[in-house]
Design a binder for this molecule. Structure first.
Ligand SMILES: O=c1ccn([C@@H]2O[C@H](COP(=O)(O)OP(=O)(O)O[C@H]3O[C@H](CO)[C@@H](O)[C@H](O)[C@H]3O)[C@@H](O)[C@H]2O)c(=O)[nH]1
Length: 314
């Protein structure tokens, strides 16, 4: 049985759907601080199967002990965590507490119950941390590496995701406050009058920051293959997962404008603390080791996100 932490969140719910579709037995642990039970229920409904849901926090050792002793968990997919770079600059301890303390707690309980297989949702930003968020991911990657070095029966993988976008359907779309795509969607839906672009003085072709935006369905494909990979590979593995291409904030906005046939207002403000100009994601290792290839374009991702507005005539 697989324990999926954060299974009611954006990446986690897409992962849950794929696991249920391939017939895996799953228990989701989520504290619902950013995830939603409706999203979890929706995934169960569209997959036609059920997963167990436990509302709780990865920092709650007693709860983890109960879950691990009650259920035959042999694999953990750890996707619970806070993910906003900018928020982490304002509330660093909250990020270290959730992302680092929570993960170490989970690792401890896994060790105590002899659970050896772990996939961790890390971030491409962990390869050169510039924010408490990125640092928190990097620390967990390091802890996993050291733990795997101490006992060669562990099979651990840190997938350093770039910027996942798009959705299986709009109920599963990312709704987080700080990320670019949800912000653009709020402008399209009229909940926000304009998009704030944080910085147009980066050393990039159009001056706005560039990221590797990857379709969430490609992220999930890579993650499923990574789980299979762990069946035959011990130790700690760390692989960047993205599309391999960088796109600027301005270009993303243009693509949305084309897709929705409307002009999307924006204002330029100062750079956001913790942001970087670009995030390079070399996916060759993931392609080679996992036998994976991203299949979905950025256009598909944007179309999947805007579907709702278009069908509602917005
Ligand atoms: O209203 C907005 C929101 C974002 N941006 C810019 O858009 C880019 C992307 O920002 P965002 O969507 O917030 O993503 P990141 O800050 O790159 O962080 C995301 O991508 C990381 C990997 O790169 C993940 O690990 C993080 O969890 C995830 O939040 C950045 O240049 C932001 O400054 C804007 O200009 N306006």
């Amino acid at each position: 049985m697989i324990l999926l932490t954060g299974g009611a969140g954006y990446i986690g719910s897409h992962m849950l759907l794929a696991l249920l579709q391939r017939g895996d037995d799953v228990v989701v642990l989520d504290n619902l601080s950013t995830g939603s039970k409706q999203v979890f229920d929706h995934v169960c409904r569209i997959s036609g199967s059920n997963a167990e849901f436990v509302q709780g926090d990865i920092r709650d050792t007693d709860l983890l002990n109960i879950v691990f002793s009650r259920l035959p968990i042999d694999t953990v997919i750890h996707m619970a965590g806070l993910k906003s770079v900018s928020q982490s600059v304002v509330e660093p301890l909250r990020y270290y507490d959730n992302n680092v303390v929570g993960s170490i707690n989970l690792l401890n309980v896994m060790r105590n119950f002899g659970v050896k297989k772990l996939l961790f949702a890390s971030s491409i930003s962990a390869s050169k941390p510039c924010s408490p968020y990125a640092q928190s991911k990097s620390i967990v990657d390091e802890a996993m590496k050291d733990m795997a070095a101490s006992d060669d029966t562990y099979s651990f993988i840190s997938l350093r995701y770039s910027n996942p976008i798009g959705c299986y359907d709009v109920t599963l779309a990312d709704t987080s406050q700080d990320n670019l795509l949800p912000a653009i969607m709020r402008v399209i839906n009229g909940e926000q009058s304009y998009l704030t672009i944080f910085g147009n003085d980066y050393d990039t072709p159009d001056g706005t920051a560039m990221r590797d935006y990857v379709h969430i369905l490609d992220v999930v494909d890579a993650s499923l293959l990574a789980l299979d990979y762990l069946d035959n590979h011990h130790g700690h593995h760390c692989l960047p997962v993205g599309s391999g291409k960088s796109t600027s904030v301005m270009r993303i906005l243009e693509l949305f404008a084309q897709q929705t046939n409307q002009c999307l207002p924006y204002v330029i403000k100062a750079r956001r603390t913790g942001d970087t100009a670009d995030s390079h994601c070399d996916i060759s290792q993931a392609c080679q080791q996992l036998g994976w290839q991203p299949k979905h374009s950025i256009y598909d991702a944007i179309a999947s996100t805007t579907n709702f507005s278009i069908t509602k005539g917005l």
